[in-house]
Write a protein that binds this ligand. Structure first.
Ligand code: ADP
Length: 401
């Protein structure tokens, strides 16, 4: 079975084509600047050179058509015909409380995703455009939706309710949902496999540290708590997002700076975090480089970023009354030797002993980077959200056949 995985944004669409017999990637790519002039398609076939194409792509229907053209192209394609695509899997950011796992797309599922537009106004409408664009181009091909929030639906009320009037939860479903669920699920499962231990016997803290960042406390293979909240703004300090702040800052700033709600929202989401503190960049590579060159603001940003991460790991170890495995993943988590070293050297009281040499080694494999005597296993597990979406799509479509 061949599965096409799609991650549709408002002006972009990323794709990956999998052969599920061996889970190999046949081709991947992205369409950028949808709806603007000179849209760019970058197509990467597995065994041929990358192809770039600039043209006008005004909507998602045309974007999906261009993806199919690329995938079936006689020179750089990976398929002879579109008919070889057996199923399509979509990443959906918000599944609210309705979706506790991945599902086949039906009219009712589409209606539910539309009802959730309020909770993810930037993401879910774009995902919906992706679904309808596939319907238009590939009628009859089964589609599956995989939600960023679904894995965290096991959280108990103590974790997911906010201590605010309950009517707000009843009326508007204001609660913690958490995000990056596909990644937390993938890396926790992979870590248990590498350790050769049943997932449901382990207490894990998974740290997905990319541009967006979140931690999760995973006990018995289920999320007990996670740092992102009703939206992806809460929790850790991130590239451009503030993470946790005193909520009273919002009305105070609106008043003092005469800012609108939208302006404050944009300030906290796009102009805060590492970018604001370093004054240099939201990119960990650039901040680390500046710090190593002696830039004090970069050092402060790095120190705050790692300090806040350390606090969450400690909090989750307390929430689970222990920790067996600490996992780092995503762009920063997988690549920043300095971040892992700083965080782990500051929480040795938990029974964490990092092996500095193993930590400094580069590899694309899931691996243990703690010493043999470390009570807590520290691991780097490269995430693969697309593969998990392909796997869910494959098993759901196979079962429905
Ligand atoms: P996204 O949340 O957009 O998926 P990624 O998981 O790709 O983000 O992570 C992007 C982040 O990873 C950037 O801050 C980038 O600087 C960081 N990163 C990538 N490679 C390295 C590296 N070698 N060292 C430190 N940080 C890195």
């Amino acid at each position: 079975m061949k599965v096409l995985v799609i991650n549709a944004g408002s002006s972009s669409l990323k794709y990956q084509l999998y052969d599920m017999r061996d889970e190999s990637v046949l081709a991947s790519g992205r369409v950028e600047r949808i709806g603007m002039d000179s849209s760019i398609v970058t197509h990467e076939p597995a065994d041929k050179p990358e192809v770039r194409d600039v043209s006008e792509i005004l909507d998602h229907v045309t974007a999906v058509k261009r993806v199919i053209d690329m995938l079936t192209h006689p020179d750089h394609g990976a398929l002879e015909s579109m008919k070889e695509i057996d199923a399509v899997g979509h990443r959906i950011v918000h599944g609210g409380e309705v979706f506790k796992g991945s599902v086949l797309v039906t009219q009712e599922v589409k209606n539910e995703i539309r009802r959730l537009f309020d909770l993810a106004p930037l993401h879910n409408p774009a995902h919906m455009m992706g679904i309808t664009a596939v319907e238009a181009n590939m009628p009859g091909v089964p589609q599956v939706v995989v939600f960023d929030t679904a894995f965290h639906q096991t959280m108990p009320k103590t974790s997911y309710l906010y201590p605010i009037p309950k009517v707000l939860y009843r009326r508007h479903k204001i609660r913690r949902y958490g995000f990056h669920g596909t990644s937390h699920a993938y890396v926790s499962d992979m870590a248990a496999k590498v350790l050769g231990k049943p997932l449901d016997t382990l207490k894990m803290v998974t740290c997905h540290i990319g541009n967006g960042a979140s931690c999760a406390a995973i006990q018995d293979g289920k999320t007990l708590d996670t740092s992102m909240g009703m939206t992806p703004l809460e929790g850790l300090m991130m590239g451009t997002r503030s993470g946790d702040i005193d909520p009273a800052i919002v009305p105070f700033v609106m008043n003092k700076e005469e800012l609108s709600l939208n302006e404050v929202n944009s300030m906290l989401n796009k102009h805060s975090g590492m970018l604001a503190i370093s004054g240099i960049s939201s990119d960990m590579r650039e901040v680390t480089e500046a710090m190593n060159d002696g830039d004090e603001n970069a050092k402060l940003a790095f120190d705050m970023y790692t300090y806040r991460l350390k606090k969450y790991i400690g909090a989750y170890a307390a929430a689970m009354n222990g920790i067996d495995v600490l996992i780092f993943t995503a762009g920063v988590g997988e690549n920043s030797v300095a971040l892992r070293e700083t965080v782990c050297q500051g929480i040795t009281f938990l029974g964490i002993e990092l092996d500095l040499e193993l930590n400094a080694q580069r590899s694309k494999e899931a691996r243990v980077i703690s010493t043999p005597s470390s009570r807590v296993k520290v691991m780097v597990v490269p995430t693969n959200e697309e593969l998990l979406i392909a796997r869910d799509t494959y098993s759901i479509v196979k079962e429905a056949q």
